[in-house]
Design a protein around this ligand. Structure first.
Ligand SMILES: [Zn+2]
Length: 264
């Protein structure tokens, strides 16, 4: 995504599965006393999937794209084991080992370890974002740490989080949000002082569009790159020295002022 995701509480059913089924996975992968791979894939149940979908706003934890609910009549998103079952069988039924993932990222990750974990707040602080390219970067002070660098590069290589299509989408998002914040900040004064009615109406239309863009980006519905939209808004306001709260209230005041001519 890569933005910090605070997962909701572990579904109570999981502890039952853990007690009942973990041993089979340990016997297969660790003790090698059981030849067949266990087939108790209870993480594929809705009772586990739904709270993950909710926590991740149905965005892939690695690339941030919205995941289709269904593909070919089958549920499309997957519960990724952050540490793979083959390497950490003791974590097969551990809630904090689950990441909501698109099929592409999950497949690319395969049986590897050492990725950035979107549910790890500390790790997510290592990341910066470059709006001009739509790419995540390591913040300069972490670049010299070889462990951190390794994790970043591995995630970049074996998930889609910094790949072309995803960065392109985020670049567009960044431009849209940046322009709408700029308009919302600057247009009210220009509109108030504009005496030419036609031009004033044109500016009002621009203002209305900017409001809608920001509204669409802040909405609660599931959408691609949901979490980074908030980061971009915070970042843009900070860069322009605009307080988000101040912006919000000045927009409200302005809309009230122009209530009759604006239908937002
Ligand atoms: Zn993905």
């Amino acid at each position: 995504m890569m933005e910090y995701i605070k997962k909701c509480m572990c579904p109570s059913e999981l502890s039952g599965y853990k007690v009942k089924y973990t041993q089979g996975w340990l016997d297969h992968y660790k003790h090698k006393t059981k030849e067949k791979i266990p087939n108790d894939n209870y993480w594929t149940k809705n009772i586990i999937r739904e709270p993950l979908i909710k926590s991740f706003k149905n965005n892939c934890g690695y690339c941030g794209r919205e995941i289709a609910r269904y593909q070919d009549r089958k549920p499309a998103g997957q519960v990724d084991h952050f540490k793979p079952k083959s390497k950490s069988p003791q974590l097969v039924y551990k809630w904090n080992n689950y990441i909501w993932s698109c099929a592409d990222c999950n497949k690319k990750k395969s049986e590897e370890i050492g990725f950035l974990n979107p549910c790890n707040k500390k790790q997510m602080r290592w990341l910066g974002f470059d709006g001009s390219t739509g790419k995540y970067l390591l913040k300069p002070k972490y670049k010299k740490n070889s462990n951190i660098k390794h994790r970043f590069e591995k995630t970049q290589k074996l998930t889609l989080f910094n790949t072309g299509i995803v960065t392109k989408e985020k670049k567009v998002l960044f431009n849209d949000i940046e322009n709408s914040i700029k308009d919302l900040h600057e247009l009210p004064e220009k509109i108030k002082s504009q005496e030419d009615e036609e031009f004033r109406n044109y500016l009002l239309e621009q203002f209305r569009k900017a409001t809608q863009t920001l509204k669409a980006n802040l909405g609660r519905n599931e959408k691609s790159h949901f979490f980074i939209r908030k980061r971009i808004i915070r970042y843009t306001c900070k860069k322009k020295g605009i307080s988000i709260i101040e912006l919000y209230f000045s927009i409200k005041r302005f809309i009230k002022f122009y209530n009759k001519s604006l239908v937002l």
